[in-house]
Design a protein. Structure first.
Lengths: 266, 219
């Protein structure tokens, strides 16, 4: 276990070193959310809606959506790209010939982007509160464990995308599609109630809706669509069900690549 | 020959498409402390053979064992393997040399207490001390090859698989490689060294083969 943790830490440290070595990446990661906030701050000035019931108005509503999109873009967008990069540079071969192994190695590769995504989402909320005066609820601190649970529930989607990268080598359009679809059916920019009835079911079959609902409630005091217990239960259930499925997909794609020889291709 | 340490039985691999198998019933037994060279023309299947022996690829038919351990036994098997791929890939370009070795030592499950010492020892063994704090992408191809070799030898594996290890090495680099190969063989490790040209003439080998039409032919 200790050696396993050492290896996981080594992978996180590697990714942090690589991230820091590109200095402008950090700057753009800070400035990007700031520009989004400016845009939505002024759009929210134009909007008045009774549908939202959010004390912070549309700005308070959409900020949580933006923070989650930020987390999704980094975790679902960056992860497959990172693994694709590892295939091209041959560094994934290191995992294959190491005691740590490819599944653990890929799992480890997800850690830094997830920490980074959580940091980035938090930074966006801090900007919204400090610069744009968004009133955060007293329960905001409870959003931390919920965000972590939500992140665990999102991880299987990233793992499945990574499995596809290993099998098909290229899935950047798939990850963009997923982020956009989640933004629509997860209620990130507007309430699900505005969607046509025939698509509303999609809001119930993924973990993003309950995560968004809970985070909005805890951070800006928006009323919950369902009970907190139900939303938490859904998040736990999605994590418990999807994680083994995602790990099985990853193992299968690696095994298939090893058997056919495509694991060494890019 | 001593008791086989690496045993390859009836190994078969066929790439996709209308092509004959690249390996077709390869048998090879390597004992403790032995150095074996496998040559053959470009595309003969040397890299495929090494990737199968390293457990990167899984056999479509046949088996690879280290002692009693099958290449399917992930993790335990890999702890016994040191692998150098052909070419110059597999390094984290923006990491420093010492960081690169430490990173690999962690992946190879080198004991935490021994890790710093082993990293420094291998920097020394492969003539990398003066470059230890330099970023990999700022190093020459020969220097990068030394790092890649250091990674293959670092965790004192029982089986060392080297694919074209002399690539880009200068005389000094080659002397370091030869010395470390001898040292590894002396502690009982077996070395399988593949390259297209007759390197069995420049290193002392216990056996030499050529891969021809998917089969190993003694040279």
């Amino acid at each position: 276990m200790r050696l396993w943790l050492d290896a996981m830490w080594g992978i996180m440290r590697r990714d942090a070193i690589l991230f820091i070595s590109y200095r402008t990446q950090f700057v753009s990661q800070v400035l990007g959310p700031l520009f989004s906030l400016v845009v939505f701050y002024y759009i929210s000035k134009l909007l008045t809606s009774n549908t939202l019931q959010s004390p912070g108005g549309y700005f308070g509503y959409v900020v949580i959506g933006l923070a989650i999109v930020q987390i999704l873009t980094i975790s679902l967008g960056v992860m497959p790209m990172t693994i694709r990069q590892e295939l091209v540079s041959g560094t994934i071969e290191r995992f294959l010939v190491s005691a740590h192994g490819p599944v653990n190695g890929i799992f480890g590769t997800m850690l830094f982007p997830l920490v980074n995504a959580l940091f980035s989402g938090t930074l966006l909320l801090v900007f919204a509160a400090v610069i744009f005066g968004l009133p955060l609820a007293a329960t905001a601190v409870l959003a931390i464990p919920v965000a972590l649970l939500g992140t665990f529930a999102f991880m299987p989607f990233a793992l499945i995308l990574v499995s596809m990268v290993i099998a098909f080598k290229q899935v950047s359009s798939a990850s963009q599609f997923i982020v956009t679809a989640v933004a629509i059916v997860g209620g990130l920019y507007f309430p699900i109630a505005l969607l046509p009835g025939w698509i509303e079911w999609a809001a119930e079959v993924q973990p993003f809706t309950p995560a968004t609902d809970l985070l909005r409630h805890l951070l800006v005091d928006t009323p919950l669509e369902h009970s907190a217990a139900l939303d938490l239960g859904k998040l736990v259930a999605f994590t418990v069900v999807l994680f083994p499925v995602a790990i099985a997909c990853l193992r299968t794609s690696i095994r298939y690549g090893q058997r056919t020889g495509t694991i060494a291709e890019y | 020959m001593s008791q086989p340490l690496l045993k390859i039985d009836d190994l078969y691999h066929r790439w996709k498409g209308p092509r004959p198998p690249i390996l077709d019933g390869v048998d090879l037994s390597l004992g403790e402390g032995e150095v074996t060279w496998v040559g053959g023309r470009n595309g003969a299947g040397k890299t495929t053979l090494l990737r199968l022996a390293a457990g990167i690829l899984l056999p479509q038919r046949g088996s690879v064992h280290i002692g009693e351990l099958s290449s399917h036994a992930r993790g335990t098997y890999q702890r016994k393997i040191g692998f150098l791929s052909a070419g110059d890939r597999g390094l984290q370009a923006r990491m420093r040399v010492r960081q690169q070795l430490d990173y690999w030592a962690r992946l190879a499950y080198v004991d935490r207490k021994l890790r710093p010492q082993i990293v420094e020892l291998n920097l020394e063994r492969f003539g990398l001390v003066e470059f230890a704090d330099r970023r990999v992408d700022r190093m020459s191809m020969g220097q990068r090859q030394r790092i890649r070799l250091a990674l293959a030898f670092l965790h004192e594996p029982e089986v060392i698989l080297l694919d074209e290890p002399r690539n880009s090495l200068d005389d000094e680099g080659y002397a370091l490689l030869a010395a470390q190969s001898e040292r590894a063989a002396a502690r009982g490790a077996t070395i399988l060294w593949c390259s297209p040209r007759g390197e069995d003439r420049v290193i002392e080998c216990d056996a030499s083969y050529s891969l021809e039409e998917g089969k190993l032919v003694p040279v």
